[in-house]
Design a protein around this ligand. Structure first.
Ligand SMILES: Nc1ncnc2c1ncn2[C@@H]1O[C@H](COP(=O)(O)OP(=O)(O)OP(=O)(O)O)[C@@H](O)[C@H]1O
Length: 236
């Protein structure tokens, strides 16, 4: 079963403390919202989990702490920055299939059809939203324990958002952990099992969404808003 644990994780950039004292335990079968304001450190946390940023502390995925072993269990597409803009989508998919033995081409083709991507289009021709759809298709087409989606809804219109949410529900394996970051919770609230809030350089809250609704009798959006206006407390 998939597990992701972070113990005493800290990260500095140019002498500036970005994250510190980060503790987190996530277990299999959960869709987890990683929430926080601009610059809170959500992307940094994903890059630390993936091993593309190096910090202090211990990060384990399925018990593996070493970066190479850990990476094999994680599917994360870091903004496709390594690909040239002239590459066609079908070439990118072929590259993924050749590099990742766990890449499921059938699943990818299904997602391409569902998200209405054009395999002949070039990366540089994609709109922001279409690019996000491609990232989701590539990321979820791998068979991994942990999936990381970094702000898949930025710049996305509401129809595409619904499609993306539906693809997440349909294609995220039941036994995996999906960590999905966003500034706002409203867009993804219906599919989240847990939320993790990054604030003041650390994780200030990790709670099940059912518990929030049951205990406080309010929707996730309102609860999250209260965290910033001082109304909600974390007494976990
Ligand atoms: N490699 C880096 N180069 C420059 N700045 C960095 C780097 N790594 C972290 N930072 C800084 O760390 C802070 C957190 O950034 P990060 O992108 O993780 O936040 P975020 O929560 O994902 O924000 P956003 O929601 O705006 O994407 C920022 O102040 C950023 O400038």
């Amino acid at each position: 079963m998939a597990t992701l644990t972070l113990k005493n994780v800290a990260y500095k950039h140019n002498q500036r403390q970005i994250l510190q004292d980060v503790q987190l335990v996530l277990s299999a079968g959960k869709i987890v919202g990683l929430l926080g304001e601009n610059g809170a450190g959500k992307t940094t946390l994903m890059r630390l989990i993936m091993g593309t940023a190096k910090g202090r502390g211990e990060i384990r995925v399925n018990g593996e702490a070493g970066v190479v072993a850990r990476k094999q269990h994680i599917s994360f597409t870091d903004h496709l920055s390594g690909f040239s803009t002239g590459m066609k989508l079908e070439q990118i998919a072929k590259f993924y299939a050749s590099v990742y033995p766990d890449f499921d081409t059938t699943r990818y083709q299904e997602m391409v059809a569902f998200l209405e991507l054009d395999a002949q289009q070039k990366l540089g021709e994609l709109s922001k939203g279409t690019r996000e759809k491609l990232i989701i298709a590539l990321t979820l087409s791998r068979q991994a324990a942990v999936y990381l989606l970094d702000e898949p809804f930025s710049g996305i219109d509401s129809m595409s958002r619904k499609k993306i949410i539906n693809s997440i529900i349909k294609w995220t394996p039941d036994e995996a952990i999906l960590l999905i970051s966003d500034h706002y919770v409203s867009e993804i609230a219906p599919i989240l099992d847990e939320i993790v809030v990054v604030k003041d350089q650390t994780i200030t809250l990790h709670q099940a969404t059912d518990e929030i609704r049951d205990r406080y009798g309010i929707e996730l959006e309102d609860y999250y808003e209260q965290l910033y206006t001082g109304g909600a407390t974390d007494d976990k």
